[in-house]
Design a protein around this ligand. Structure first.
Ligand SMILES: *[C@@H]1O[C@H](CO)[C@@H](O)[C@H](O)[C@H]1NC(C)=O
Ligand SMILES: *[C@@H]1O[C@H](CO)[C@@H](O)[C@H](O)[C@H]1NC(C)=O
Ligand SMILES: CC(=O)N[C@H]1CO[C@H](CO)[C@@H](O)[C@@H]1O
Length: 295
């Protein structure tokens, strides 16, 4: 059973409203299911209308038809995000959980280097960054005035090298969400609203890249349900950074990697030295020492 089931929480509780973008598949759909099980009303937004239809049936089976809203939305288009907000506020009047989760990795066949595939770069930033900015721009002015507490959860990433556009967009999401948290904290009158950066680990969603069902979960991955339950527990705990482990990468390993990355700047090492031929052996030694100290 979920570690969070049946507990009362000021934001995540039965009858509250959740809005999820990128809700038709993967982690977004898993979040919709877990929140529905806790009795929240769910607005599902996604660009893929046919997957959205299937998803809405699954969610309606959990919370009932009247507690599900389905709003096909391209988050990169501000007018569609405005339509989403209007539908949600006209129907339920308030939003408690806003999960800004829609994301793409690039156009099919894109190369992913820093200097190629301009169209793919633009598309990744339009969805991953400007989609989130559009949602914040549209929902935050309403949410800061509501009396009941609310949370905004933005989906980031711990992606390594390999897709420069995606990584740059998620680095921007990290800055954006840190900025939002800071602004909410300093605003007067103080809004009853907090921001959270959700950084999933290796998550098995039941689909491979080609949308074919994969045979079974790789041993190293977490299921999307495990990832979402961990995230919800940490939101309930009030944490800003929600760095999710998996069966290969513990929190301790992630923390050491983060300190090493920060050390690249503080100690004058080359960019991404963890993957640099001259430094990778030093990095491995640092990890061994760091983990040994924890024993
Ligand atoms: C914030 O929201 C919670 C739960 O909705 C409520 O109990 C509390 O009174 C609110 N706080 C303020 C300062 O309005
Ligand atoms: C992976 O981690 C989850 C959650 O901690 C656990 O339930 C599972 O047994 C682990 N192992 C595998 C092979 O999935
Ligand atoms: C390998 C790489 O580029 N990693 C970066 C990806 O983006 C995050 C921020 O979201 C950086 O912290 C990583 O260094």
């Amino acid at each position: 059973m979920s570690p969070v089931a049946n507990e009362f929480h000021p934001v995540i509780h039965a009858g509250a409203v959740a809005v999820i973008t990128g809700a038709a598949s993967g982690i977004g759909l898993a979040a919709a299911k877990e929140l529905a099980k806790l009795g929240l009303k769910i607005a599902l937004a996604d660009i893929d209308e046919s997957k959205l239809k299937t998803a809405s049936k699954e969610i309606a089976e959990i919370v009932g038809d009247s507690n599900v809203l389905v709003v096909p939305t391209d988050v990169s288009k501000i007018e569609e995000v405005v339509k989403l907000r209007d539908r949600v506020y006209e129907t339920w009047g308030e939003v408690s959980v806003l999960m800004n989760n829609a994301g793409v990795s690039g156009l099919p066949g894109h190369k992913g280097t820093s200097w190629e595939g301009l169209d793919s770069w633009k598309m990744v930033f339009d969805v991953n960054l400007f989609g989130m900015v559009n949602v914040q721009h549209t929902f935050v002015p309403n949410m800061i005035h509501q009396e009941n507490a609310g949370v905004i959860i933005n989906t980031g990433s711990k992606q390594g090298p390999g897709n420069a556009a995606y990584n740059a967009s998620k680095a921007a999401v990290k800055s954006l969400t840190e900025g939002l948290a800071h602004e909410l904290r300093h605003r007067r009158p103080a809004p009853n609203l907090t921001a959270h950066l959700f950084i999933p680990g290796w998550t098995y969603t039941g689909l491979t890249g080609a949308n074919e069902p994969a045979a079974e979960k790789p041993a190293g991955a977490w299921t999307s349900q495990e990832t979402v339950r961990y995230m919800l527990e940490r939101v309930r705990n009030g944490d800003f950074y929600i760095l999710v482990p998996d069966n290969e990468t513990t929190n301790e390993v992630d923390h050491l990697r983060i300190m090493w990355g920060a050390g690249d700047i503080a100690e004058g090492r080359p960019a991404l030295s963890r993957w640099h031929p001259t430094y990778s052996a030093l990095f491995e030694e640092y990890m061994r020492d760091g983990l040994a100290q924890l024993d």
